[in-house]
Design a protein around this ligand. Structure first.
Ligand SMILES: NC(=O)c1ccc[n+]([C@@H]2O[C@H](COP(=O)([O-])OP(=O)(O)OC[C@H]3O[C@@H](n4cnc5c(N)ncnc54)[C@H](OP(=O)(O)O)[C@@H]3O)[C@@H](O)[C@H]2O)c1
Length: 282
């Protein structure tokens, strides 16, 4: 049965995770009708329950793997039948891993491309006809500040986020004449399951001056960016100048790591040395 609602229909892919879930809670609180999408049904339902406890309003859930074309097409059909349109799509699904490039697990790196990049492409293609039926017409991709400030060991993840950014920049120009807004949201570190177990490890050092945000803090800035139809937002805002400088002068960012993280070069050597004679089997 078609749900008739004036409130914006927001689809959040990756809505059961840290940032997606926090954005979903804040938008639901503000009156949006939010649909959470992810692979795991239990985590989706737990997220929807938590949002209901926090806001008194329900979020809908739909289990789909964005790497599976048929499941994404199923999501699109279900949204068409249930709401008839999509006002805002937020693509926040991702996986993360760290490794010295020499020993990169190619299958894992391909999986990062599949979810972080191709999943966004597939979802966008499937949902665009529904976005065209809306008056609001917004798409937001959750990228990462590691596109501008790319540290060692981020090869697989940063490559997938570079691809996503390239896609979004070109798409923005294609969709502008149709009145569809494309925004890119680039958070720094946010304490979510994605990076727990990695952050502050040998391969993931956080330079001084870079805060590790709570998901609710990141979500507040994302929600503000959505309301203002911002095009390119670094989260937190105070990292924006550093991201811009690092984009233009990438070697300055490398120097910043070396200067501010004691023993950084030695640490990188140790991590890569362990892998020097390792031959990837794939
Ligand atoms: N946390 C950070 O420090 C940080 C920094 C910069 C950017 N970001 C970006 O912010 C976004 C959200 O990250 P997060 O930290 O909130 O991660 P998270 O807590 O791990 O959440 C990731 C979400 O993506 C979903 N997902 C993963 N693979 C999927 C697939 N194949 N199909 C559909 N859904 C899938 C997960 O649910 P299932 O596993 O059940 O599918 C989960 O809902 C990501 O794009 C991430 O790259 C995060």
């Amino acid at each position: 049965m078609r749900v008739r609602t004036e409130s914006p229909i927001v689809v959040i892919v990756g809505g059961s995770g840290g940032i997606g879930r926090a954005v979903a809670a804040q938008l639901t609180e503000q009156g949006a009708s939010v649909v959470l999408v992810a692979r795991g049904k239990p985590a989706l339902e737990a997220a929807a329950d938590e949002i209901e406890r926090r806001t008194g309003r329900k979020a809908a859930v739909y289990a789909a793997d964005c790497t599976e074309a048929e499941e994404v097409a199923g999501l699109s059909r279900w949204l068409a039948q249930t709401y008839g349109r999509v006002d805002i799509l937020v693509y926040a699904a991702a996986v993360f891993s760290l490794a010295p490039a020499q020993s990169l697990d190619v299958e894992e790196a391909k999986q990062a491309m599949e979810i972080n990049y191709w999943g966004a492409v597939r979802t966008t293609q499937a949902l665009l006809p529904l976005i065209r039926r809306s008056q609001v017409r917004c798409i937001y991709y959750v990228s990462s500040v590691s596109v501008q400030c790319t540290p060692a060991f981020f090869t697989a993840y940063a490559a997938s986020k570079h691809a996503l950014r390239g896609f979004a920049l070109a798409l923005r120009q294609e969709l502008r004449p149709q009145g569809i807004h494309v925004g890119i949201l680039s958070p720094g570190p946010v304490l979510t399951p994605l990076i727990q177990g990695h952050i502050h490890s040998g391969m993931y050092r956080v330079p001084p001056g870079v805060p590790v945000l709570h998901p609710d803090t990141a979500a507040r800035q994302i929600v503000r960016a959505i309301h203002k139809r911002r095009a390119d937002v670094t989260i937190p805002r105070r990292l924006a100048p550093a991201a811009r400088i690092a984009h233009v002068f990438p070697r300055l960012m490398e120097a910043y790591y070396r200067l501010t993280i004691r023993g950084w070069d030695q640490l990188v050597l140790e991590q890569t040395h362990q892998q020097r004679d390792f031959t990837p089997h794939r």
